[in-house]
Ligand binder design. Structure first.
Ligand code: ATP
Length: 235
């Protein structure tokens, strides 16, 4: 469904991502793992057009989308929930969700989707008319993901959704990702929290120092002790 071929990202002399190829098939949860500074955020930002690529090609649902803007990619069904729960802090939950649907005009569909995510995360209904900044980190993450989903993506990319959250909240967010897969969504999730995500991901890519170190199923990765130990700090 989505392929990225030979992607490179540079910041001046720093080569943050070097010739990395990944792919995601329809209905899968694929995880992109790796230590701090490995280039995961840079790669995902390049895939959605937020930072320029120094090289490489991307295709989405059979179309070459290499040079397209972020907005054009969102219109085609790609979206990203950035690291650090970037909700609009001064806007209400309702306004944040509405902004997520900015590329849509189907008012009934927007209302239906809003209801779906309020059902999923009742706290968002409770706080519907209050500013996002008054919610906890976990609640803001639920809002950030729901807001991304309001564009009705076919491919949802998430940058470290578990970062800084309590284990109970992480479980809730990961359970939600599994539910989204059941609903037919395709997911690419960047994580440092490899142990948890490998319990439900279908496939995994491991990045370190900007280069791909492993590509395979989640099960294969769990059984590849040296990669788990060397790059992910797990045995
Ligand atoms: P983390 O999990 O800490 O976010 P990461 O795997 O997502 O790490 P990146 O944030 O993509 O890694 O960073 C990869 C490399 O690129 C690092 O060496 C980082 O310092 C550098 N880098 C990232 N963003 C910029 C930028 N805007 N300007 C210059 N260098 C950058």
């Amino acid at each position: 469904m989505f392929t990225a071929d030979g992607i490179s990202v540079s910041y001046g002399p720093i080569r943050a991502v070097r010739d990395v190829s990944i792919d995601v098939s329809e209905g899968e949860i694929v995880t992109l793992l790796g230590p701090n500074g490995a280039g995961k955020s840079s790669l995902i930002s390049a895939l959605i057009g937020l930072v320029p690529k120094a090289g490489g090609q991307t295709s989405f649902r059979g179309e070459d989308v290499t040079g397209l803007s972020t907005e054009a990619l969102v219109r085609r069904g790609m979206t990203v929930t950035p690291e650090g729960r970037k909700v609009f802090a001064d806007l209400t939950v309702a306004e944040n969700l509405r902004l997520g649907a900015a590329t849509r005009k189907d008012h009934d569909g927007i209302a239906e989707d809003t209801e779906k995510y309020l059902e999923m995360f009742p706290i968002l209904r409770e706080r519907f008319h209050s500013a996002a900044k008054y919610m906890s980190g976990g609640e803001q993450q639920m809002l950030a993901i729901s807001r991304s989903l309001m564009s009705r993506p076919k491919l949802l990319m998430l940058d470290e959704p578990s970062l800084g959250l309590a284990p109970r909240i992480v479980d809730q967010i990961f359970e939600f990702l599994v539910k989204l897969r059941e609903w037919g969504l395709t997911i690419l999730v960047v994580e440092q929290n490899a142990g948890d995500v490998l319990e439900f991901a279908d496939r995994a890519f491991v990045l370190a120092s900007g280069a791909l170190q492993f590509a395979g199923t989640a099960k294969e990765l769990r059984e590849t002790g040296d990669v788990m130990e060397m790059y992910l700090g797990l045995e």
